[in-house]
Write a protein that binds this ligand. Structure first.
Ligand code: AMP
Length: 284
C-alpha cells in the first residue's frame, strides 16, 4: 500500500477512526522532521509494535521560546517523505500551523513539577507546548502506542506523566538514544554545527560517560565529579547551561547515587544548543 500523506486534521481523524473501528493497533512517532537515523530507529521500533505506523511531522511553534530557533529550524519535507516511504510507513501526518492552531487557540496542558528541572528551567513554557501538541496528536491520530527517544529524557517523563494523569489509552515506548559513531547524539540541530564545532561536540557524551564511570566507583562524589565535568567542558569550548545528576523518575537533583539517576546536560557550542544524558544506577 502506498504511503498516505495527510495534511488536515479532518482527513487524519477520519482515517484514524476507521482504524479504531477495526480495533487495529496503531503506533505513532511524533517528530519535527529533518529526519535522521535516530528518527528512523524510532519508526522501525514502531513497526515492531503495530502493523499501522503513523509518523507526524510538525515543527510545533508553541514549544519554542521567542528567542529560540523556530524560524531557522531545518525543514525538508520532500526528503523526509522519501525516507519514510522506504520504511513502509502507513501514513504521514504533516499539518500546517494553522491547522493545528487555528485562530483563537488558547488551551495548554501544564505539568506541575517535572518542568521545574533541567531544560524546563531554561525553556519556560516548552514542556507545556510539548504536552499540548502530543495530546492533540494523540486525539487526532488515535494511536494505541507511541515511541519517544530517550535523548529527550525529560520529554519522555512529561509524556508518560501526562498519559497517566489524563488516563490516556496510549502505551509509551522508550527508545534508547541513537548516536553517531563518535558518540554524538543524533539531532536535527547538529546540522547547525560548523566543522570545528562538530569535531568538539562528541566530548559532551565522553564527559557524561566519564561522570557515569566515576559515580559507579564513588556514588557520593556527585558534587566533585560535576565540578570537574563542567571545567572539562568549558576547556573544550562549551558553554554549560546545566550539568546535573538527577533522580530518574522525579528529576530532583541528587548529591549521591542511591537510586537510579540520570546525568543530564545542556550546553552551547557557539549558537547551537545540545542536550544529552546517560543513566547511572547504583552498583551493589
Ligand atoms: P524531534 O524531531 O527532535 O522532535 O524528535 C522526535 C522524536 O525523535 C523524539 O521522541 C526524540 O526524542 C526522538 N529523537 C531525536 N533524536 C534522537 C536520537 N538521537 N536518538 C533517539 N531518539 C531521538
Amino acid at each position: 500500500m502506498a504511503m498516505q500523506v495527510l495534511k488536515t486534521v479532518a482527513e487524519m481523524k477520519g482515517l484514524a477512526t476507521t482504524w479504531q473501528r477495526q480495533a487495529a493497533e496503531v503506533c505513532l512517532v511524533p517528530t519535527m522532521g529533518a529526519l535522521h537515523e535516530g528518527h528512523i530507529a524510532l519508526v522501525r521500533e514502531a513497526a515492531r509494535h503495530a502493523p499501522i505506523v503513523v509518523v507526524s511531522i510538525f515543527v510545533n511553534p508553541i514549544q519554542f521560546g521567542p528567542k529560540e530557533d523556530f524560524d531557522k529550524y531545518p525543514r525538508d519535507l520532500k526528503s523526509d517523505l522519501e525516507k519514510l516511504e522506504a520504511l513502509n510507513v502507513t501514513c504521514v501526518f504533516a499539518p500546517t500551523e494553522r491547522e493545528m492552531y487555528p485562530e483563537g487557540f488558547q488551551t495548554r496542558v501544564v505539568l506541575e513539577h517535572l518542568p521545574n528541572h533541567l531544560c524546563g528551567i531554561f525553556r519556560p513554557g516548552h514542556f507545556a507546548g510539548v504536552a499540548t501538541v502530543v495530546l492533540k496528536l494523540f486525539q487526532i491520530c488515535k494511536p494505541t502506542s507511541a515511541v519517544f527517544g530517550l535523548k529527550d529524557y525529560q520529554q519522555v517523563l512529561v509524556i508518560e506523566r501526562m498519559v497517566k494523569d489524563l488516563n490516556l489509552d496510549v502505551k509509551i515506548i522508550r527508545h534508547p538514544t541513537v548516536r553517531e559513531p563518535d558518540g554524538l547524539a543524533m539531532s536535527s540541530r547538529n546540522a547547525y554545527l560548523s566543522p570545528e564545532e562538530r569535531a568538539i561536540a562528541p566530548e559532551l557524551y565522553r564527559t557524561l560517560c566519564f561522570v557515569r564511570g566515576e559515580l559507579e566507583k564513588k556514588p557520593s562524589d556527585v558534587s566533585r565529579v560535576i565540578a570537574n565535568a563542567k571545567e572539562r567542558l568549558a576547556r573544550c569550548g562549551f558553554v554549560v547551561q546545566y550539568f546535573e545528576v538527577v533522580d530518574a523518575d522525579t528529576l530532583e537533583p541528587q548529591s549521591t547515587v542511591a537510586s537510579p539517576c540520570v546525568v543530564a546536560a545542556a550546553v552551547y557550542l557557539g549558537a547551537t544548543r545540545l542536550i544529552d544524558n546517560v543513566e547511572v544506577v547504583p552498583k551493589r
